[in-house]
Design a protein around this ligand. Structure first.
Ligand code: SF4
Length: 703
């Protein structure tokens, strides 16, 4: 019988509600959920084709194990698979200590999955070696929010896009990466053409079509631009001095720092006109509601934390925060990167926005979990974690719902690392990912439409992800695999003690987790799966005594810092790690296409989604191609300090001379050589540890 199940799209951080049409065994169709407050019935090309991406040929269906590196994996049962994994992990921990094992998880997991993994790593194994691919995505925004405002909490709502009269979009091709939210912006601009839209991006992307002003700054010069804008705001008196006086610290030092960033110097360093810069500052300085939106162009940088803070400085200086239509608003890349941060799924965090390096926080979580203590050795962030595997310090690695063999920078070295790691477990829905090839144990996971849980989108809204059909083959929900493994492991390393993992379903995990957020900035203690079903998706904080969520933070001008005041950060511009030079004269930028998601494990199974762009191409400015005597479609060799790729080139006048662009989606399956991350570098921001995935020096030559 045909049925409809309301759920949530599994792709980006907009978090759209979807209605799944199915008969209990197969999914026939999807439609936008008109009642979901993120999308009000709209879906983009990816969301609206979800039902076409369930190709069973691509799925991992049964556990598979191999007992030696040179052997092929063979099908096995769940009991033998998880018993074997528990024994290897227990033996490794006994021989080499708890930090000899590690977990690398994903912003695609549900909150309940994340929580199970965190409890497994910190409470049972006793390691902080648990990090997530969110490290590659939002960790600079996390540092930005925490340093400037005191907590990792985007303060705005999507409706602020409709209420703003000046929008600054930085390092985000929203039209492709967050399409439904971009539709909301297009509609708002059509209704109120006087609304000003400024796009800051080295490329002239489709998002720029909506812009009143496009600032094509040179890659990596964001901090110069933000300080230059503040310099003009100060000069013109477009500062909210009452707000600065009442609610912030550090403005005098920042004023001294930005004094040198005069318009002539800023225009030259950023490669834009003085008039463009002044126009931008005027739009911001005279706005009634100034909202900024940003994404990977800001975060994926060795100066990502400084860029975030310099942007937030503009909001604090103008008092545009905590008001309708105003505030700094990071656009989350993955569907549940927010839920990951909430549950502590970066190595330096603990559940409830706590810090692993804070003894009091460790004590609170240990007491709640009923274990003597949590580990105090700092955990490894993504890049450090794979370096530790390469160096032999980490000997057993559990990878869940992510594809580091494609997504990590310096991809070739990651392949070498995975090939030599003594024991690699890959918990995955799709058997076709690059990383599965390195699995000693492959555990089939349920995917979208097949499992229950929650996700938090970019506006802090928690939605219920519902199961419509059973998982194929023997695939199981991620939380269930994790807890089953944990129960077997605790029998070996914590024998005779009551289980920490006696959860019957995802709702039980959520109910335990939510109490760890009580009294914290993200308090979710009033929420449950049942309440979300009754009231609809809700924005945190949602304490137990509330009837509805919180659309906007800091409306009273109080910030969750020790003083209650926000902090200006005064940091100078740092250039990207790899500058252009004679051997590598072009700057490579990487990013998304409209119709694909990450490594295409799902979208790569739907022919319709290749209509927009059929193959991986290197995009270059026409002048750069002419100088190299390159023609459209010609095969070129692209070289960086890490390696080279062969692929066709195309002329793209959205790029300035000296710049090139390549999409992130293609890996081995689609391209001669590895994917774009064969070329990118593993240098990281010193605070966020986020790698510089958007800026590498390259050279291009005809094959
Ligand atoms: Fe899914 Fe994002 Fe598209 Fe919404 S905008 S349908 S969440 S991919």
């Amino acid at each position: 019988m045909r049925q409809t199940t309301a759920s949530t799209c599994c792709y980006c951080g907009v978090g759209c509600g979807v209605l799944i049409e199915h008969d209990g065994a197969h999914i026939f169709d999807v439609a936008g959920d008109p009642n979901h407050p993120a999308n009000f019935g709209k879906l983009c090309s990816k969301g609206s084709t979800l039902h076409l991406t369930g190709d069973l040929d691509a799925r991992a269906l049964y556990p598979e194990l191999r007992l030696g590196k040179g052997l092929a994996r063979a099908r096995t049962g769940w009991d033998s698979a998880l018993d074997h994994a528990a024994k290897v992990f227990a033996d490794t921990i006994a021989e080499h200590g708890p930090d000899s094992v590690a977990f690398y998880i994903s912003g695609q997991l549900l909150t309940e999955d994340y929580y199970a993994f965190n409890k497994l790593a910190r409470a049972l194994v006793g390691t902080n070696n648990i990090d997530s691919n969110s490290r590659l995505c939002m960790s600079s925004a996390v540092v930005g929010y925490k340093r400037s405002l005191g907590a990792d909490a985007p303060p705005c709502s999507y409706e602020d896009i409709e209420l703003s009269d000046c929008l600054l979009i930085v390092g985000s091709n929203m039209a492709y990466a967050h399409p439904v939210l971009f539709r909301r912006l297009e509609e708002a601009k059509a209704k109120r053409p006087e609304m000003k839209v400024i796009v800051v991006d080295p490329r002239r992307t489709d998002t720029c079509d909506l812009a009143d002003l496009h600032l094509p700054i040179l890659p990596g010069t964001d901090v110069v631009l933000f300080h230059g804008i503040l310099h003009i705001l100060l000069w013109e008196g477009w500062i909210d001095r009452d707000f600065v006086e009442a609610h912030t610290d550090g403005f005098d030092e920042l004023k001294r720092t930005v004094r040198d960033y005069n318009p002539a110097m800023v225009a030259e360093l950023c490669g834009i006109g003085i008039e463009q810069l002044q126009r931008c500052a005027r739009m911001i300085g005279t706005a009634q509601g100034f909202l900024s939106l940003w994404c990977m162009g800001v975060n994926q940088s060795t100066a990502g934390s400084a860029k975030n803070s310099a942007l937030i400085n503009l909001h604090l200086a103008t008092g545009h925060i905590g008001k309708p239509g105003a505030g700094p608003f990071s656009l989350t890349g993955q569907p549940n990167a927010m839920g990951g941060r909430e549950t502590g799924s970066l190595s330096n965090l603990l559940p409830g926005h706590r810090e692993a390096g804070n003894a009091a926080h460790r004590g609170e979580v240990a007491a709640y979990w009923g274990v003597p203590a949590l580990p105090d050795t700092p955990g490894l962030s993504a890049i450090e974690l794979f370096e530790a595997v390469r160096g032999g310090k980490v000997k057993a690695l559990w990878i869940a719902c992510t594809n580091p063999a494609q997504s990590m920078p310096d991809q070739h070295s990651i392949h070498e690392t995975l090939a030599t790691c003594p024991f690699v477990v890959v918990q995955e829905a799709f058997a076709t990912t690059e990383t599965c090839r390195y699995a000693d144990l492959l555990l089939p996971a349920a995917s979208w439409g097949e499992k229950e849980g929650t996700v938090t989108n970019s506006e802090r809204r928690v939605s219920h992800v519902r199961r419509a059909i059973p998982a194929p083959g023997e695939a199981r929900a991620d939380w269930s695999i994790t807890c089953d493994f944990a129960r077997r492991l605790e029998k070996l390393i914590r024998p005779g003690q009551p289980s920490l993992f006696a959860f019957e379903d995802a709702a039980a995990l959520f109910d335990e987790y939510k109490l760890l957020t009580q009294g914290r900035d993200l308090d979710l203690s009033g929420l449950s799966h049942a309440l979300i079903d009754r009231l609809g998706p809700q924005q945190w904080p949602f304490p137990a005594d509330r009837e509805q969520g919180t659309p906007r933070l800091y409306v009273d001008g109080k910030f969750p810092t020790e003083t209650g005041r926000a902090r200006f950060l005064a940091e100078h511009y740092q250039a990207p790690k790899e500058q252009r030079e004679a051997r590598f004269p072009l700057t490579l930028n990487t990013g998304r296409l409209r119709d694909h998601w990450h490594g295409m494990s799902r979208t790569g199974t739907a022919a319709r989604l290749f209509g927009h762009v059929e193959e991986a191409l290197l995009s270059m400015n026409a002048d750069d191609m002419r100088r190299r005597r390159l023609l459209d479609g010609q095969l070129v060799r692209v070289r960086s300090r890490r390696g080279e790729l062969l692929l066709p080139v195309q002329k793209d006048d959205s790029l300035a001379p000296g710049q090139a662009f390549m999409p992130m989606h293609w890996g081995n399956r689609f391209l001669k050589g590895l994917g774009v991350n064969r070329l990118t570098l593993p240098s990281v921001d010193p605070l966020s540890k986020q790698p510089e995935l958007k800026h590498a020096g390259i050279d291009v030559e005809k094959v």
